[in-house]
Write a protein that binds this ligand. Structure first.
Ligand SMILES: Nc1nc2c(c(=O)[nH]1)N[C@H]1C(S)=C(S)[C@@H](COP(=O)(O)OP(=O)(O)OC[C@H]3O[C@@H](n4cnc5c(=O)[nH]c(N)nc54)[C@H](O)[C@@H]3O)O[C@H]1N2
Ligand SMILES: Nc1nc2c(c(=O)[nH]1)N[C@H]1C(S)=C(S)[C@@H](COP(=O)(O)OP(=O)(O)OC[C@H]3O[C@@H](n4cnc5c(=O)[nH]c(N)nc54)[C@H](O)[C@@H]3O)O[C@H]1N2
Ligand SMILES: [Mo]
Length: 774
């Protein structure tokens, strides 16, 4: 069957709801990646690619950042990796006629799903000022338009350079170099909306904003606590690691307001036993916490640890570790004695017995890992919550020893690498010094804008050129309506993309889309075939080799595009030879060797079959490069989320069939949803209290300070066993409800997991196209 793009947009009118599942994967899981919608993408090319995913001579799966085990299986991928590959490697092209047929105005009603299903973008297109259509444009002309706009700016800070975490290390390194040579640190990235809270907290507490464990630590741990993460969907291969850890005797505690299937049970899709056998149990204890309750829970556990030490002096705390490596213990101990049990109960919705149980598990385990993701970072107190995770680990020396440590599980497959390469609006001076020395220029020192401040700057008319190395900022950022009107105020918006998304539809006065190669595709430059490099969630760096021929020779590698724009804009300013970097990526890697700490001999090390692991102070030698030179046990004030009566707290999360703003199908299998995304999950007793029925159509209002309510209309209620007082809906649709200024303290990450909402019966039908948001 040759793939076809859908003409009509998809309808949510026939949503089917069935009870949620209580286990994840199974062999069916892998086959599920070929579900009908994806079949439309054409699976023939995918078959070959499947065998090369995450293999040593293959390519790095572009889905999530979960690490590769040392021993890789024949099929080292998961269902959702399969979807990502199929989606990218489709032979379906956006035809030239598309741009004539569809005005931008007509595309405004289209869903992300429909846009993505139109196929790969294979030629550069340009939307001139005052026009409502894109038209094909040559690469040279596109570079020329961009260069003219950039060179016409009064200051480089009128440009902003967004990055999404799929970009390779080489592309990211060149991109940040280009921005800084131009004279700006305006380098917002998807991480600002993702693990920024982790980076901020861990940098403060332990001197590095990354995981302190290696893959094998999971296999040596005796207790793994998973907080605010849904690995069955978002990091499916983590379930294999958990299964092996359990075989080795580890216990697992899951903390989540939703009973996520993958946290309850698992069938390994890659073993015969997994196919025919019963699911294994994942969580030994499941804490159905209220949204935002984690900080209170962590404090309550730490309090119990300290009390246990009082009862058994010298037996509970790791005194030696604390004395040698930590500071702040006394102040912390004093602060924990004030933790108020009633407040903990209110914040968490958990019973004393439940908290006692997890505390006892923690105290009785020698090697503990705490893993977390967006359920922790995307909260107003996300940074402080992560500091409390670190506090708890430090009390018993659970850092820098086998089987123990902090495991923030990253999102995008190379989001961590992009940061290592300097994509950050506030890189430290040491990095900027090295960059300036290598390329003979003085990098700007003022911090740039992050994702949220970037939208504000757009709205204030301060950004004249906006560029995106991948991603879909308008789909991903909070406050969709505000963000979109902000983007329309810029002069030129430029996107490097594989597929169409919202950020191509809502544009600056002029707009350009530049079609790039994806990770699956063979990349040949003047010096021959090239590879790129990536860093996973546990700081392992390795090469990724494209495997299939691109479906059009008009597409260029991200590196060739960054280099092309830089060359057109800057020529050979400061003697930087952009074209040499394009011709041979080894040249970029040589620069990386001399600029990025830990990347010395980068060409040699990334050619090793296993790549290499970046140095990590806490993990390698219990070295903590904080301001005090020690790991900091910190004091953090608990803050209760204020949810007035008659209101619910809403989290926005991913369905099983999406990758961020990319929608693979309208199903969310594990949660029992089929054929639609306009749903809001609510506890049956909350529904009853609010006078609402299961299956009723409602409008959702977000209440924020004195601002007019934000609204999402025509959603179907789904009675669901979530924590009381909490609701859940899918992002990106629900982003319209998140106020731009509602961000985490310290990291400025949008608070996507605790939105105060009011729900009212609706007259808007659950319908076709994008939901109604006015
Ligand atoms: N297939 C697939 N894989 C992906 C992605 C994808 O979209 N699809 N996205 C990638 C990216 S960029 C990222 S960042 C990761 C995201 O990975 P996750 O963080 O797993 O993604 P979310 O869907 O946001 O899920 C958040 C989880 O936290 C829980 N949660 C929400 N609020 C709270 C809270 O207050 N406390 C606790 N304890 N739990 C809470 C939710 O119920 C949910 O289970 O996945 C990456 N991998
Ligand atoms: N409400 C709410 N909002 C959220 C979140 C949430 O949980 N709730 N999560 C946040 C998180 S964790 C993140 S990471 C952000 C994600 O924000 P982004 O990273 O900006 O968004 P994505 O949806 O991953 O980007 C998808 C687009 O990337 C392009 N693309 C795909 N592959 C490639 C490639 O190889 N190269 C290039 N150049 N382009 C490519 C395609 O055009 C595709 O449409 O969203 C955030 N927004
Ligand atoms: Mo993310």
């Amino acid at each position: 069957m040759s793939p076809k793009a859908p003409k009509e947009d998809f309808s949510d009118a026939n949503i089917e709801v069935s009870p949620p599942k209580d286990y994840a994967a199974g062999l069916g899981g892998v086959f599920h990646s070929m579900e009908p919608a994806l079949k439309n993408m054409g699976v023939a090319r995918t078959a070959k690619l499947m065998l090369k995913i995450n293999h040593k001579d293959g390519f790095d799966c572009m889905s999530c950042a979960w690490p590769d085990p040392g021993h890789r299986k024949i099929a080292e991928f998961c269902e959702n990796g399969g979807k990502a590959v199929t989606w990218e490697a489709t032979p379906l092209k956006v035809p030239r006629s598309f741009w004539k047929e569809h005005s931008l105005t007509s595309l405004e009603d289209k869903t992300e799903y429909w846009l993505g299903m139109q196929g790969r973008i294979t030629e550069p297109v340009y939307k001139p000022k005052g026009q409502d259509h894109y038209e094909p444009v040559s690469w040279d002309r596109a570079f020329g338009i961009i260069a003219d706009q950039l060179n016409g700016l009064e200051h480089a800070n009128e440009a902003s350079f967004y990055t999404s975490g799929r970009a390779s290390n080489e592309a990211a390194f060149m991109y940040q170099l280009f921005a800084r040579v131009l004279g700006t640190n305006n380098l917002p990235d998807c991480s600002n909306m993702c693990h920024e809270s982790t980076g901020t907290a861990m940098q403060y507490s332990v001197g590095i904003g990354k995981s302190t464990i290696a893959y094998d630590d999971f296999l040596e741990s005796d207790l793994i606590i998973i907080m605010g993460q849904n690995p069955g969907t978002n990091h499916p291969r983590m379930l294999t690691a958990l299964q092996e850890a359990k075989k080795n005797g580890a216990k697992v505690v899951a903390i989540n307001p939703l009973p996520e299937a993958g946290l309850i049970g698992y069938k390994d899709p890659q073993s015969v036993k997994g196919y025919v056998g019963k699911p294994i149990e994942i969580a030994d204890q499941f804490l159905k916490i209220r949204l935002g309750g984690d900080m209170a829970l962590l404090q309550a556990i730490s309090k119990r640890v300290l009390e246990a030490e009082k009862r058994n002096p010298g037996k509970v705390l790791d005194h030696d570790f604390i004395a040698r490596h930590c500071d702040g213990f006394e102040a912390f101990e004093a602060h924990m004695s004030q933790v108020d049990d009633r407040e903990v109960e209110q914040a968490t919705g958990l019973s004393t017995a439940e908290i006692d149980e997890i505390a006892n598990r923690y105290i009785n385990s020698e090697r503990v890992i705490i893993a977390w993701a967006m359920g922790i970072t995307q909260h107003r107190k996300g940074v402080d919550t992560i500091k409390e995770i670190i506090n708890l680990l430090l009390l018993r020396g659970n850092m820098g020893k086998p089987g123990a440590g902090a495991s923030p599980v990253r999102g995008h497959s190379n989001v961590q690498g992009d940061r290592t390469m300097g994509v950050w609006e506030q890189m430290p001076d040491s990095f900027l010094d090295a960059l300036g020395k290598e390329f003979n220029f003085e990098p700007p020192r003022d911090h740039g804008v992050d994702a949220v401040h970037g939208i504000r700057a757009l709205d204030e008319g301060k950004i004249k050129v906006w560029m995106g190395l991948g991603g879909n900022l308008l789909g991903a950022i909070s406050d969709t309506n505000l963000a979109e009107s902000a983007m329309r105020k810029t002069k030129l918006s430029v996107q490097f993309s594989t597929k169409l998304n919202r950020s191509h539809v809502i544009t600056g006065e002029e707009a350009i889309i530049l079609p790039v190669l994806g990770r699956t595709e063979i990349d040949v430059q003047l010096s021959g075939p090239q590879y790129v490099t990536v860093e996973d969630s546990v700081c392992a760096v390795h090469a990724s080799h494209g495997q299939v021929k691109a479906i059009s020779d008009q597409m260029r590698s991200e590196i060739a595009v960054v280099g092309g724009i830089a060359h057109a804009t800057l020529g050979d300013k400061y003697g930087i030879d952009w074209l040499a970097m394009i011709d041979d990526y080894d040249v970029i890697r040589d620069h990386i060797s001399r600029v990025v700490p830990g990347c010395e001999n980068y060409n040699e090390k990334t050619r090793r079959r296993d790549g290499f692991v970046l140095p990590n102070g806490p993990r390698d030698e219990r070295r903590f490069e904080t301001e005090t030179g020690k790991a900091r046990i910190s004091v953090n004030e608990l803050e209760h989320i204020d949810c007035p009566p008659g209101r619910l707290l809403l989290q926005t999360m991913r369905s099983h069939d999406q990758f961020n703003t990319t929608i693979y199908s309208l199903n969310d299998r594990y949660r029992g949803i089929k054929n639609g995304r306009s749903v809001i999950f609510i506890h049956p007793e909350d529904l009853a209290e609010l006078g609402l029925a299961d299956g009723q159509t409602v409008d959702i209002f977000s209440e924020w300070k004195n601002e007019p309510d934000r609204v999402l209309r025509g959603f179907r209620t789904v009675a669901f066993p979530t924590a009381r007082g909490c609701a859940a809906a899918y992002f990106p649709e629900a982003n319209v409800l998140v106020p731009l200024d509602s961000t985490a303290i310290g990291s400025n990450t949008p608070v996507s997991k605790a939105i105060v909402i009011r729900i009212e019966p609706s007259n808007t039908p659950v319908g076709v196209g994008r939901p109604v948001t006015v």
